[in-house]
Design a protein around this ligand. Structure first.
Ligand SMILES: [Zn+2]
Ligand SMILES: [Zn+2]
Length: 230
């Protein structure tokens, strides 16, 4: 009930204060990502001057998506299951991860195949050698696109609140690990029957080196099914 009460209290404050809180929240997540990059690979975690504006625009877009999501929650377009059920939290987290990965795979595949979309996505591919900042070097249209996929999906089903928090945390972590230069995944990962279906740093790094392959984010399965895997 703590989360439900927090959202209730947030509803009672003015829009601009809400926006300030959402900016701080997204700013803290951005700083956390940079900190992880600085700890794991300090020499590679350098923000170039030309990328500064994209990192800031991604922060603004993520804040706008948070504000829009909160408005949709207030209007009951997004409904949240606040029951403290561990079973529904686990099932909903798995459903969110699988569905989001599939929709993002499709979105990413279209970004590479549609003539009007590729010039937008091309910005992310200015980073052939990636670092943690690459995650935020995205055109605003693309950041908003990913955000809309998220908001549409959580409008369709009332997901458990724990699953929403866990998914957002895992999504950020995977975004960070996918763009580090250093591969944190052990060598057996790519061969083991269970783990080989889960994406690694190398999997997304290979996409930055060869754009015709590896469109998935959390799993390698979609690329295997659609024969786009390296
Ligand atoms: Zn990338
Ligand atoms: Zn791409």
């Amino acid at each position: 009930m703590i989360v439900e009460n927090l959202l209730q209290q947030l509803s009672q404050i003015g829009f601009w204060t809400q926006l300030l809180i959402f900016t701080l929240e997204n700013g803290i997540l951005l700083l956390m990502a940079i900190l992880i990059g600085k700890v794991i690979e300090p020499q590679n975690t350098v923000l170039s001057i030309k990328d500064r504006k994209w990192v800031i625009s991604s922060l603004i877009c993520n804040t706008l998506i948070t504000a829009l999501g909160f408005k949709m929650y207030q209007l009951q377009i997004i409904r949240i299951d606040f029951s403290p059920s561990l079973t529904s939290a686990v099932i909903d987290t798995l459903v969110l991860i699988i569905l989001m990965d599939f929709f993002m795979f499709c979105f990413h595949y279209l970004a590479h195949t549609l003539k009007w979309f590729y010039p937008i996505h091309k910005l992310h591919h200015t980073h052939i050698k990636t670092n943690v900042y690459s995650l935020f070097v995205l055109h605003p249209a693309e950041t908003l696109g990913f955000g809309f996929i998220w908001l549409i999906l959580i409008s369709i089903f009332p997901f458990n609140y724990i699953s929403l928090i866990v998914y957002l945390f895992l999504n950020l972590m995977y975004g960070i690990f996918g763009h580090l230069e250093k591969d944190l995944f052990p060598a057996f990962w790519h061969k083991s029957l269970i783990t080989k279906w889960i994406s690694t740093t190398k999997f997304h790094a290979d996409h930055h080196k060869n754009e015709a392959h590896n469109f998935g984010f959390y799993f390698t399965i979609w690329d295997k099914i659609f024969k786009t895997s390296i």
